[in-house]
Design a protein around this ligand. Structure first.
Ligand code: GRF
Length: 195
């Protein structure tokens, strides 16, 4: 299974995928890593010899034009699956239409709870005692697509946004490696989940 991974930040989930894929028995390979900015996580791709590209929204007249350029940069690599791993931009509907359901996203909460960019903070502010990590198919909404799998994380009384997010990210790394493997081996069927 050929993957393009999209990131905006530190890329620890990307790194987990790169490490998993460096084992010959892992049934997926990362053919390129894309970002919307000069993300520090691109360095992981460089270290593993994987090509990178940046498609920055401020270089385009509008979101649609940006989405088209991003789609073109991805399509050059002919992936079977696009993985958003901490990609912090909402994708235009035309882009989603091109790739979904072969387009998945990681989210640091138990969706449909706490969608959006501040999921960890929102769970804490809500006084939740449990949150977690989800991987889901991207649809036209914000973190609304069908959930593929999720894992719970218990919130401690003394958790800060940072400490909780670190524990969630540890869970996310295992989750994304396992989910991509299950998609590659057809234990998960995205077409069926999207129906
Ligand atoms: C993850 O928690 C992901 O779910 C969220 O952003 C974080 C990305 O972390 N949307 P990293 O860049 O993979 O380290």
């Amino acid at each position: 299974l050929k993957l393009v991974v999209l990131i905006s930040g530190s890329g620890s989930n990307l790194r987990a995928l790169l490490e998993a894929a460096s084992d010959d028995t892992y049934p997926a390979e990362i053919v390129a890593v894309g970002a919307d900015n000069a993300a520090s996580g691109l360095a992981h791709a460089v270290e593993f010899g994987v090509p990178t590209f940046i498609v920055a929204p401020q270089e385009y007249a509008n979101r649609e034009a940006w989405g088209q350029a991003l789609a073109a940069a991805i399509s050059e690599h002919q992936p079977d699956l696009v993985v958003c791993a901490g990609f912090m931009r909402i994708l235009p509907a035309d882009f989603v239409g091109l790739f979904s359901p072969q387009l998945i996203n990681m989210h640091p909460a138990l969706l449909p709870l706490y969608p959006g960019a501040h999921a960890v903070r929102d769970a804490l502010a809500d006084g939740a005692t449990v949150t977690g990590a989800s991987v889901h198919i991207v649809d036209e909404g914000v973190d609304t697509g069908p959930v593929i799998e999720q894992v719970q994380v218990v919130i401690n009384a003394d958790d800060t946004e940072e400490s909780l997010h670190e524990r969630i990210k540890a869970v996310e790394r295992e989750l994304i490696v396992r989910t991509v493997k299950n998609i590659a081996t057809k234990n998960i069927n995205l077409q069926e989940l999207a129906r």
